[in-house]
Design a protein around this ligand. Structure first.
Ligand code: SF4
Length: 69
């Protein structure tokens, strides 16, 4: 799956990190990012954590996370 985070919407409340800490954290700017270790070379993320990722996308109060594929 591909995960896109709209940084213009993200307010850095870390809800995504709380729901899927193996995929999301906050960067030095206090905005969400996909953990580098969760990314495959082609920029996609292993489907292993899809359920938690989708929960994080649904739980993001800013709807800043888009999951495709
Ligand atoms: S839950 Fe949404 S607004 Fe909060 S840090 Fe994650 S992407 Fe940003």
């Amino acid at each position: 799956m591909r995960i896109d985070i709209d940084r213009t919407l993200c307010e850095g409340n870390a809800v995504c990190e709380a729901l899927a800490p193996m995929v999301f954290d906050l960067d030095d700017s206090d905005q969400a990012r996909v953990l580098p270790e969760a990314l495959r070379p082609d920029g996609t993320v292993n489907d292993e954590h899809r359920m938690l990722v989708e929960r994080a996308a649904d739980g993001c109060p800013r709807l800043a996370i888009t999951v495709t594929g």
